[in-house]
Design a protein around this ligand. Structure first.
Ligand SMILES: Nc1nc2c(ncn2[C@@H]2O[C@H](COP(=O)(O)OP(=O)(O)OP(=O)(O)O)[C@@H](O)[C@H]2O)c(=O)[nH]1
Length: 424
């Protein structure tokens, strides 16, 4: 799970350029990754963009996990100085010095790379480093005399095994390292004096083709293993990223669903269902704190006539403009304006006194009239609203419906009194 998160994080962090993420961009990325997962090429390469993200993730993984293996390998390489002291003769110091220089250099470079933005160099540098270790052993053989040097021939095998272990997630880097080491050994054997003319030397020389054949088989097996491992790691990385993207998509969808279930589609303000949830919460809160809860019921005047005169489409536009005007007046975080019915709105105003609520309702009337939406059928010649304002301090045993009923009655009193007014 930890690796999964890490994988997802690394691939996600590498998305360039940093754009605002949307449901569409997440779904596009899911499609791209699905395609990458299905279209597996024999050369194990994704499309350029995914490949670049993948390589960043692989290099990070290499730095997190394989750097420890590399350090272990370098320590073993240095520990062989112990055998140099026994077998190195006059050249002991030269060999040990080379070991220290090569191991030290590799250690410093891999450590430094992990702290810079050049982490993409860590795999090639390690591949070159292991090849260099192989070349150094060939050189050491040429420095030694007598029968002891043959022990060092066998030293090539642990280095080859080490290459399999550390390069297992990049079959190309593995093949590069292995082929370079094998050729260094073969060419080194040709140019440098790796055997002597003794009886043992003749036997070793005769056995060398078998040794090289065995080594070649080891490289082929290691190459196959690295190929399979890399292929598995690639698809595991993509699957982990897909899982993270699916979670992101789900969170977008949940957000959308929440938005849909609480918002009125036409006016984009809160819908009645959401209002009914909120009034319960605010009712209980005001009851607990013994605070005033105010409610303003609003209805557009002669809206049926407006629809009949200007058409349903203009009616919708009018509803949107009125809703946005009233909603704009709910400035405190707890205030909510909702569409209660067709052309009816409600303002829920917790902890607002009755006078303040009435002033707000009057402001709403004024601002809607100032919209100057022409309405020939209205007394004012423009669209107006009527409002009923009710307030109470909720008490035990009371229900919020009573407050709603009172606001509704006051609204109809405002209608009866000639419209375009507030009754409180
Ligand atoms: N365009 C549009 N009209 C709607 C919508 N919902 C309800 N209406 C209309 O709103 C009108 C409400 O009319 P009435 O309830 O008779 O009220 P009124 O004409 O506003 O009269 P008073 O409220 O007494 O001033 C009806 O004609 C509904 O068709 C809507 O979403 N869009």
């Amino acid at each position: 799970m930890d690796n999964l998160c890490k994988g997802a994080r690394v691939l996600k962090n590498s998305q360039r350029p940093v754009k605002e993420r949307t449901l569409r961009s997440v779904e596009n990325e899911i499609n791209l990754l699905m395609q990458a997962l299905q279209a597996r090429t024999p050369g194990l390469r994704f499309s350029p963009r995914i490949e670049q993200d993948y390589l960043q993730h692989r290099d990070q993984h290499f730095l997190d996990v394989d750097r420890k293996i590399i350090i272990g390998g370098l320590i073993v390489y240095l520990l062989f100085s112990w055998s140099d002291f026994y077998l190195g003769g006059d050249n002991t110091l030269t060999i040990v010095a080379w070991r220290l220089v090569i191991a030290g250099l590799l250690f410093v470079i891999t450590q430094a790379l992990s702290r810079t933005r050049y982490t993409y160099l860590v795999v090639p540098v390690t591949a070159i480093g292991i090849s260099l270790i192989g070349a150094s052993v060939v050189y050491f053989i040429s420095l030694l005399d007598g029968i002891d040097r043959y022990a060092y021939h066998l030293g090539m095998i642990p280095i080859q095994v080490f290459a399999i272990v550390s390069m297992r997630l990049s079959y190309r880097a593995f093949l590069f390292t292995s082929v370079v080491m094998l050729f260094t050994y073969i060419i080194g054997g040709h140019w440098l004096d790796l055997t002597d003319r003794s009886e043992v030397g003749e036997i070793i020389l005769a056995l060398q083709p078998y040794f090289i054949a065995f080594w070649t088989v080891l490289i082929l097996l290691g190459g196959y293993l690295a190929y399979v491992m890399e292929s598995g790691f690639r698809s595991e990385t993509i699957k982990n990223r897909l899982l993270a993207l699916e979670a992101e998509r789900l969170s977008f969808l949940t957000q959308q669903l929440r938005q849909l279930s609480t918002t009125d589609g036409l006016t984009q303000i809160a819908n009645r269902r959401y209002f009914e949830q909120l009034i319960q919460t605010e009712w209980s809160r005001c009851q607990r704190h013994q605070q005033v809860l105010s409610l303003v019921m609003i209805d557009i005047d002669a809206f049926k006539e407006f629809n009949d005169t200007y058409g349903h489409q203009s009616g919708d536009d009018c509803l949107r403009r009125v809703a946005s005007t009233i909603d704009g007046l709910c400035r405190r975080s707890a205030d909510v304006c909702a569409r209660y019915g067709g052309e009816e709105f409600v303002m829920l105003l917790p902890a607002m006194t009755h006078d303040e609520a009435r002033a707000l309702a009057q402001q709403a009337c004024q601002q809607v009239a100032e919209l100057k939406i022409v309405h020939r059928g209205s007394h004012a010649g423009v669209v107006t609203i009527s409002a009923g304002v009710a307030s109470c301090i909720p008490q035990q045993g009371q229900h919020s419906d009573a407050l709603l009923k009172q606001a509704d009655e006051l609204l109809y009193r405002a209608k009866a009194a000639g419209r375009n007014r507030v009754e409180a």
